[in-house]
Design a protein around this ligand. Structure first.
Ligand code: ADP
Ligand code: ZN
Ligand code: ZN
Length: 759
């Protein structure tokens, strides 16, 4: 998109008249509030957005030229005279940060109360991509008849020349391999003047998705939705559309049509997915539709992959990117569409470093860049549903599953009446059961039909708690307020918050009794053990983030389920995401109540979304599906909504509750988390902040309270929670409150605007 630089052009002219370099402000990717001034050498012209290196003390650091009036409004004192400014070292050979991206960085920093430099760092964290791509030497033929005629043409030489006849120029090693000759043969041809060595920049070529590769036949409903999305694209203005369709209704197919439209017009599009590393099925579908894979962006990417992808996006050679939330900071040149798939997924909220919500920021980026944003979900968040009414988001509904598939039947199993029975003849903890008679019957039936079952339990490991039967001691993480989770496959205990791990002890660390440690409650590994006991002939697969060694292993397991090499899939929430297994007809939720409690304002909403998502895996093809949820509370509104299928009524009731309490999305929340190594110092700071807490109409500050995880990674933690009416600018209240705070020692203050985690 073209950039306008009218104001800066004027300044350059003045500077040139004086024969001086230009004064420029540069934002550094460091925790700084404002930009620093530098001077350019007379012959260099810099524009806002240019990426440069500058001196900082004795170091040389990266920076981006910025409009000087945008970050330093509050700067005290006059700017330094030009004579005292240091000079910019160089401008890096890479596309400038676009104006849209600059405004986005400012917006995000102001909203989440983060130093703009820290936000910029997220956009510049692929340092190697900023340099020119490496150069490599290639060999190509020289068109010189005379030299060719004088050449003694051995068979080896002929193979080399033939190898280059119609193809591209090749690196020495490749050419030698293809022609089956040693490199000296090629060097000889170079010396004879028939081959030439040329140096070129090494740029990985990304395959180009083709919008007309394999167009699906859309149902009427799908075609209408696709048309509406494309209509938004033609408007070239910002808009938000909620693509609200039941599981299996073809939301992906529909937004693929919008992507096809972007490809046709030559723009760039970004799709955000919650678990990108596990989305082999999604990638396969994309390739089937467009004949090539999109570029992929997530934190597990290797260095080379990162560098090449970043560079190609900045050169507008990559059109479609699918990524995790950090993909919002990629150097798009012509971004014209963002799709946020599973928009309700809370993993879009970043909980480290700069806290931000990628779905919300996608909407902001669309607004700044004047392009449409699509939010897709079968269970939209309450925030988004409210925005349909309040902010005029467009809502497109898909009400039918594709083809003959129907939504599965959902029933609850009342655990108060149908308690899982111990396995007869198996003493102790090993004899415990987690599967009711109803579930066992349904699983047997499904296996009997040659179909697949999935057991869902959102708990990794073998058991969430280990306790001593002699003295009652519970094994806890020394760094966190959390129990250690047993992972029997690894024979270790692990803290899921900090990663602390120890070998499973043979005696109680407290009373030293031998063999008295007992596993309490089930995790997926324990469930797998029970399944083996009950269905010894069934082939099982366990899908949890730690039982899979990486994206490759996940793809393999998914393929195995797809190919019916697995009869029973046991999984945590990662098994719930968007997968399409045609022979999966039974989904069993082992503990439907897990997650319902815990004092989180979104606990019910989230449980509903997760269970609906899991349920949506059943019966996605010709065979109809069945979902059974074990619960001790069949009357809970979440369970009633799942059984009745009345999502809207449930969400309306949720909305009512939140509205009465003034909670999001009807009010604002911000968390202020204090942490430190010394609890006495920390409590002193908490008391000090409590004294200074702001008072205003429509504003409450709760706390300080020990955080539920009152110790995390060896640091003590205290929390404040600020609640404010919707029309109140919570950011300026917090800025006023914490602005002049001086922190000493190990004390830290973290602000989380619109928190999703309350731990
Ligand atoms: P959702 O994202 O809404 O859960 P999907 O887009 O995954 O639904 O569609 C479910 C299944 O139906 C997928 O296997 C998809 O390929 C298939 N499907 C949906 N719409 C069509 C269509 N119009 N033509 C062919 N297959 C379709
Ligand atoms: Zn003990
Ligand atoms: Zn821990």
């Amino acid at each position: 998109m073209p950039e306008s630089h009218t104001s800066t052009h004027k300044k350059e002219d003045e500077a040139l008249d004086l024969g001086l370099g230009q004064r420029v402000s540069v934002l550094l990717p460091l925790p700084l509030e404002g930009s620093y001034d530098y001077i350019t050498l007379p012959e260099t012209m810099l524009q806002p957005g240019d990426i440069v290196t500058v001196p900082l003390g004795k170091r040389e650091v990266l920076g981006v030229v910025w409009e000087d009036d945008r970050l330093n409004a509050g700067r005290d004192g006059p700017p330094l005279p030009e004579s005292r400014l240091k000079a910019v070292i160089e401008r890096l050979p890479v596309a400038a940060i676009t104006e849209t991206a600059r405004r986005f960085i400012e917006w995000l920093a102001a909203y989440y109360l983060a130093p703009p430099g820290n936000v910029l760092r997220m956009a510049l964290n692929t340092r190697e991509a900023l340099e020119l791509p490496r150069r490599i030497a290639l060999y190509e033929p020289v068109n010189n008849e005379a030299k060719l005629e004088g050449l003694r043409l051995t068979p080896a030489r002929r193979r080399v020349l033939e190898g280059l006849a119609d193809g591209p120029a090749l690196p020495l090693a490749d050419l030698a391999r293809e022609a089956g000759v040693s490199s000296s043969v090629i060097k000889g041809l170079e010396a004879a003047g028939v081959l030439r060595r040329v140096e070129v920049e090494q740029r990985r070529r990304f395959a180009e998705p083709d919008w007309q590769w394999n167009c699906p036949e859309l149902s009427c409903e799908q075609a209408d939705a696709a048309k509406a999305l494309c209509g938004e694209l033609h408007q070239s203005r910002s808009s938000v559309t909620l693509l609200d369709g039941i599981t299996g209704s073809g939301k992906t197919e529909v937004y693929f049509e919008a992507i096809a439209d972007v490809l046709r017009k030559g723009g760039q599009a970004l799709v955000l997915l919650p678990e990108i590393a596990l989305s082999s099925q999604w990638l396969d579908r994309f390739a089937r539709r467009f004949g090539a894979l999109p570029a992929v962006w997530h934190s597990d990417l290797g260095q080379k992959e990162r560098r090449e992808t970043w560079r190609a996006i900045s050169e507008n050679r990559v059109k479609i990117v699918v990524g995790a939330r950090s993909a919002l900071f990629l150097p798009f040149q012509d971004l014209s569409l963002i799709v946020v798939d599973e928009e309700h997924d809370t993993s879009f909220k970043q909980e480290e470093g700069v806290h931000y919500h990628a779905r919300d920021m996608a909407v902001v980026l669309g607004r700044l860049g004047n392009f449409p944003v699509v939010l897709a979900s079968a269970t939209p968040s309450l925030e988004t549903l409210v925005n349909v009414e309040r902010k005029g988001y467009q809502q497109l509904k898909l009400t039918q599953r594709h083809g003959v598939a129907e939504l599965p039947e959902i029933e609850v199993v009342d655990l108060r009446r149908d308690q899982p029975l111990r396995h007869p003849g198996v003493p102790g903890a090993a004899g415990q059961s987690w599967l009711s008679t109803a579930l066992r019957g349904a699983i047997s039936e499904t296996l009997g039909e040659g179909e697949q079952a999935m057991l869902f339990l959102n708990r990794r490991g073998y058991a969430p708690l280990t306790l001593c039967r002699t003295c009652g001691h519970r094994l806890q993480c020394p760094n966190c307020t959390a129990w250690l989770v047993e992972h029997r496959l690894l024979a270790r205990l692990q803290c899921h918050h900090c990663g602390y791990t120890i070998a499973l002890p043979s005696s109680c660390p407290e009373c030293e009794s031998q063999d008295s440690l007992a596993a309490c409650g089930p995790g997926v590994e324990r469930l797998a053990e029970e399944v083996k006991r009950l269905y010894p002939g069934a082939r099982q697969g366990v899908m949890a983030s730690d039982t899979l060694s990486g994206p490759g292993a996940a793809a393999e397991l998914i393929a195995a389920v797809q190919e019916r090499e697995v009869d029973i899939l046991i999984g945590t929430q990662i098994a719930a995401k968007g997968y399409h297994f045609p022979y999966l007809t039974l989904v069993c939720v082992v503990d439907g109540d897990l997650g319902l409690y815990g004092g989180d304002l979104r606990a019910a909403e989230r449980t509903y979304q997760l269970l609906q998502q899991v349920a949506g895996r059943a019966g996605r093809a010709e065979r109809s599906g069945r979902v059974m949820i074990q619960t001790s509370e069949p009357e809970h509104p979440v369970m009633e909504a799942l059984v009745s299928g009345d999502r809207d009524r449930f969400m309306d009731a949720e909305a009512d509750g939140r509205k009465k309490a003034g909670l999001p999305p009807f009010g604002r929340l911000a968390a202020v988390i204090l942490s430190g190594e010394d609890s006495v110092q920390l409590d002193r700071l908490a008391a000090e902040l409590a004294r200074r807490a702001p008072h205003a109409e429509g504003l409450e500050v709760l706390g300080p309270a020990p955080a539920p995880l009152s110790m995390l990674r060896g640091r003590h933690r205290r929390r404040f929670l600020m609640r404010a009416d919707k029309n109140l600018a919570i950011q300026s209240q917090i800025r006023g409150w914490l602005g002049s705070l001086k922190l000493t020692g190990s004390l830290r203050v973290q602000v989380d605007i619109d928190p999703y985690s309350f731990l």
